[in-house]
Each structure stands twice: as structure tokens, then as C-alpha cells.
Design a protein around this ligand. Structure first.
Ligand SMILES: [Zn+2]
Length: 330
């Protein structure tokens, strides 16, 4: 049997859309949150965490009460130590432990927990941190509500012409084997463009909703634990990685689906009605698709490709399916 060359998605087919999605996600989700955070947070911030600076430069030996109070209150202000219910926790080294002892603190157990009645500059630092944590938390929760509201009414224009062109070119190349040329009509192109944008809008909205819920939960959880401002900053930095990965997945998945749909309807029109189902046959291949591997099928009669949900689909059509339809020429 002879087959047409199958469609294999390349990174260059979808990276244009991927970049557009990244810009949308950043401007809709992480950047408003980071801006809200930086507006209130008074220390220098690096993208992946915090630069703690000018802290704890006193020497252990001649520590004065004044210096000891400074070490603890500065540590409180920059989030190195936390205070809750009469106890100080955090990253105590030999110097800050010495400061605690000098101030009359009592070490609790083996963990770095100290019991001490806060007073003077330490009490001020604790109050200041409490207000800061409250202000940042409220501001982020408000920003999340704005993101949620904007998401409901937003409409995103996605330019998928690069992906559509790649799908068309791939089909032309495959059809060289049967010496046939089949141009994509203006109508088909318009349909593909519109469907692509429609689907992407749905995915963007769902992703944004999902992230708003997840971020709200995390921020509220950290706030309930006491003052965890720096942990919130880490979450915001992680968020950008999550957005990057989702942009990659959505762009590649949708570009592949669009190309496979276009291709399957085109070859069927040319009278090429049958194909061989080729699965990747690795650890990630679904059992349903492994069972279909090598089978000869008709495009017009898609097999059950998801037994659990009773879904019929040709190769490559289901969400994240990596199987390929090998169109039979003769
Ligand atoms: Zn598959």
C-alpha cells in the first residue's frame, strides 16, 4: 500500500500563536498582579524572588540591646522572621539567635521558634508588617476580581494565518505524491480563521478563570497562615511559568487540530477515503489508541476513540492526541 506523507506539527507552525497567547496571559493575569504587589512592597524584588539587603551586619560579640532590637525588627520588616501568637519563627542564624537571647527570648524546642513579648521597635515592625500583608493581600484579591470581570467581557483577536499557511503547505507537499493540487479556498480559510479564534477565546477564558480561582485560594491560604508576603511573590513569579507552558500547549494543540481537520476533509473530497491509524505506541499513548494502531479505517466512519465517553473520532482529532492518519493512496 502507498500512503500520503502525514501532517507532523512543527514548532514554527504555531509559535506565532504561542507568542500572542503569552502576551495575552501576561497582560490579563500576572502583570496586573505583579504591578499591584510592587506598588505596595517597599523592597527590591528580583523576578524569581527577593534580594534581601542591608540585613544583619552586626557582629555577634559586642551586640548592644539596640543592635539586637534592630536585627529582629529589620528581619521582621523584610520577612525573614515572622511573629504570631507570642512566638517568633523564621530563619534564625547564630547572630539573630544571640539577639533573641539578649532580648530575653526563650527558645522553644529544637526548631527555630522563640517566645518573646514584642516591645518597642520590634512591636512597631510587627504592626507594620501586618498592615503591609493586609494591604498587599487585599490589593491582590481586588486585582483578581478585576481580572475575573474583564475576562467575562473580553474578546481576543488571534492571528492564526501562520498556522493555516503551514497546514496548507503540508497538504500541498503530501499531494505531490498523487500529482494533485488543491488550493485552499478563501471561504475555507475564513472558516479556519474564525474557528481558530473562537476556540482560542474559549481556552483563554477557561484558563483565566482557572488561574483566578487557584491564585485566590493560594493567596488567602498564605494570608491565613500569618504574614507570608515573600511566598506570595514567589507564587506570582511561578504564575508566569504556568502561563508560558499553557500558551505553548494551547497553540500547538489547536494548530495541530486545525491542520488535521482541514487535511482530512480535503483528502476525502479528493476521493482518498481510507487511512491507516498510526499511534506513537509509547508510555503516553492511550490504550484506546494503542488498540487502533495499524488498523485500516474510513474517514467517513470514525472509530470509537474514547471508550469511556463513547466518542468517535479519526486519528489526531481528540484533545492532545498524537496519532497520525496515514492516508491510503492505493
Ligand atoms: Zn491518539
Amino acid at each position: 500500500m502507498r500512503y500520503l506523507k502525514p501532517f507532523i506539527l512543527k514548532r514554527s507552525d504555531y509559535e506565532d500563536v504561542e507568542n500572542q497567547l503569552q502576551v495575552i496571559f501576561r497582560s490579563e493575569i500576572s502583570h496586573p498582579l505583579v504591578a499591584a504587589f510592587l506598588l505596595l512592597y517597599p523592597y527590591p524584588v528580583e523576578q524569581d524572588g527577593f534580594v534581601l539587603h542591608n540585613v544583619l551586619n552586626a557582629s555577634d560579640e559586642h551586640m548592644s540591646m539596640r543592635k539586637a532590637r534592630n536585627i529582629i525588627s529589620e528581619g521582621i520588616r523584610i520577612g525573614k522572621f515572622h511573629y504570631k501568637d507570642g512566638e517568633f519563627t523564621g530563619d534564625f542564624d547564630s547572630e539573630s539567635s544571640a539577639a533573641m537571647r539578649l532580648l530575653g527570648g526563650e527558645k522553644q524546642g529544637k526548631e527555630a521558634r522563640w517566645r518573646l513579648e514584642p516591645a518597642g521597635p520590634i512591636a512597631e515592625a510587627i504592626a507594620w508588617r501586618g498592615e503591609l500583608a493586609e494591604a498587599i493581600t487585599q490589593s491582590l484579591l481586588m486585582t483578581l476580581r478585576q481580572i475575573e470581570r474583564a475576562n467575562e467581557i473580553s474578546r481576543y483577536e488571534i492571528d492564526a494565518s501562520g498556522s493555516i499557511e503551514a497546514a496548507n503547505e503540508s497538504l500541498q507537499k503530501s499531494l505531490e505524491a498523487v500529482a494533485v493540487k488543491k488550493q485552499m479556498s478563501a471561504e475555507q480559510e475564513k472558516f479556519l480563521r474564525e474557528t481558530y479564534t473562537e476556540n482560542m477565546n474559549l481556552y483563554i477564558k477557561n484558563f483565566t478563570k482557572e488561574r483566578v480561582v487557584a491564585l485566590r485560594e493560594k493567596i488567602e491560604e498564605l494570608y491565613a497562615k500569618g504574614d507570608r508576603i515573600e511566598a506570595i511573590a514567589d507564587i506570582l513569579a511561578d504564575e508566569m511559568g504556568i502561563e508560558r507552558r499553557r500558551a505553548d500547549f494551547l497553540a500547538s494543540n489547536e494548530s495541530r487540530l486545525m491542520a488535521v481537520h482541514y487535511r482530512q476533509s480535503s483528502v476525502a473530497e479528493l476521493g482518498l477515503t481510507r487511512y491507516r491509524w498510526d499511534a506513537r505506541m509509547d508510555a503516553k499513548t492511550r490504550p484506546d489508541h494503542a488498540a487502533l494502531n495499524g488498523k485500516i479505517l474510513k474517514y467517513s466512519e470514525p472509530p470509537i476513540a474514547d471508550t469511556e465517553r463513547g466518542l468517535r473520532a479519526n486519528a489526531g482529532i481528540l484533545w492532545n492526541c498524537r496519532c497520525v492518519d496515514m492516508t491510503i493512496i492505493e
